[in-house]
Write a protein that binds this ligand. Structure first.
Ligand code: ADP
Length: 251
């Protein structure tokens, strides 16, 4: 998008020419379009659980709910409010990240292997429930970065690798010279979805995402954190066979 600004030039009271300025506002417009779209999506995503909470609470309050329904309705209210909490947490994380520039993060030498071990122990019960094996590299790997943010980034990748896996499947983390790779033997991602999965609220598999408490924001957070660390995240995947997410450092 180009904005045109034209202004006449006067020499001794007479118009002697025109200055035309062409401003390329494409990036600004794209950014504001994206913000508008995000706000619309946030409103929609918050409205869905809120509507059902309000509905169930009203049925209990007015006595429409039979006594035997009440505990089921309370469980729905509980579930939907937890969903709202996860959503607002992720939205807040993203807006905090939006405010940060790569120069603003606290750098320290982080042992990624330690971080990964913490993540795996936090996700152990989720993996065990579906007999999913997680293999970490034996050696250490260091990244100069913000430990909490790196935790968040790898947590999102590994929890996705578990949530979108098959029962009895596997997750493997591999180090390359300049990269960390999270590989899974899960359901994979169809080619038409691949270019979009890092977008906010984009879900390739809506039902699995909702069922496992997904918000559609995890990979947007991953991409953001990678970029703050001058890293690039990429994905290759084969439907029905699995996916491979690569964090390439110094990209
Ligand atoms: P969600 O909260 O829905 O998991 P994400 O932003 O983390 O959101 O991921 C976006 C979408 O990408 C998911 O809804 C899912 O369809 C797909 N996806 C992400 N990771 C994987 C994976 N390891 N295997 C298959 N699909 C995945």
């Amino acid at each position: 998008d180009i904005r045109v600004i034209a202004s006449p030039v006067f020499v001794s009271g007479e118009v002697s020419g025109v200055i035309i300025i062409l401003l390329d506002v494409t990036e600004k417009k794209n950014l504001s379009d994206l913000r508008e779209k995000f706000t619309a999506n946030v409103s929609h995503e918050l409205k869905t659980p809120l509507t059902s909470i309000a509905g169930y609470a009203e049925m209990i309050e007015t006595g429409i709910a039979k006594p035997e329904d009440i505990s089921g309705f309370a469980a729905r209210i509980h579930k939907e409010s937890k969903r709202l909490l996860t959503l607002t947490n992720d939205i807040m994380k993203l807006s905090e990240l939006d405010e940060l520039s790569p120069n603003a993060i606290q750098l320290e030498k982080v042992n990624v292997s330690d971080v990964l071990r913490e993540i795996v122990s936090a996700l152990e019960s989720l993996a065990d429930k579906r007999r999913i094996q997680i293999a970490l590299p034996a050696e250490n790997f260091f990244i100069l970065g913000d430990r909490n943010k790196l935790y968040e980034m790898f947590y999102n990748l590994i929890s996705n690798a578990i949530r979108y896996n098959k029962d009895g499947g596997s997750v493997k983390v591999v180090y390359e010279k300049n990269a960390v790779i999270v590989e899974d033997s899960g359901m994979g991602i169809a080619e038409e979805h691949l270019p979009h999965i890092f977008e906010r609220f984009y879900r390739a598999d809506k039902s699995r995402s909702k069922e496992t408490g997904g918000t559609g924001l995890g990979l947007a957070i991953v991409k953001h954190i990678a970029e703050l660390h001058h890293a690039k995240v990429s994905v290759t995947s084969k439907l029905g066979e699995g996916s491979k997410f690569k964090i390439l450092l110094n990209a």
